[in-house]
Write a protein that binds this ligand. Sequence first.
Ligand code: FES
Length: 88
Amino acid sequence: MRQFIVEGLDGAVAVANVDGEFFAFEDCCTHGAASLSEDGELAGHTVECGWHRGQFDIRTGAVVASPCTVDLRTYKIDVREGRLHISF
Ligand code: FES
C-alpha cells in the first residue's frame, strides 16, 4: 500500500496493489485517525488497521471486523498510459 495526496480531496488516499489490480480508498481509519497505508497491513482484499485491528474490505470499503462500525470511502481507480487515475 502507498499513500497519495490527491488535489481536490480532503485527506490522503491509499492505493493498494493486489495481484496487479489496484484499489483506492481513504487513508484514514473510520474508528480513529490511523493511516491504513502506513500503520495497517494488507492480506488479500482486507486491510487491518494497526491501531486497534479493525478491518475493511478494500473493494467496497465495508467493515469486516470491529471496533470499526463505519465503512471506508473507496474511489474508482484505473490505469491509463501507465498512470493511475483516481475518480471521486
Ligand atoms: S483507529 Fe483503526 S481500528 Fe481503531
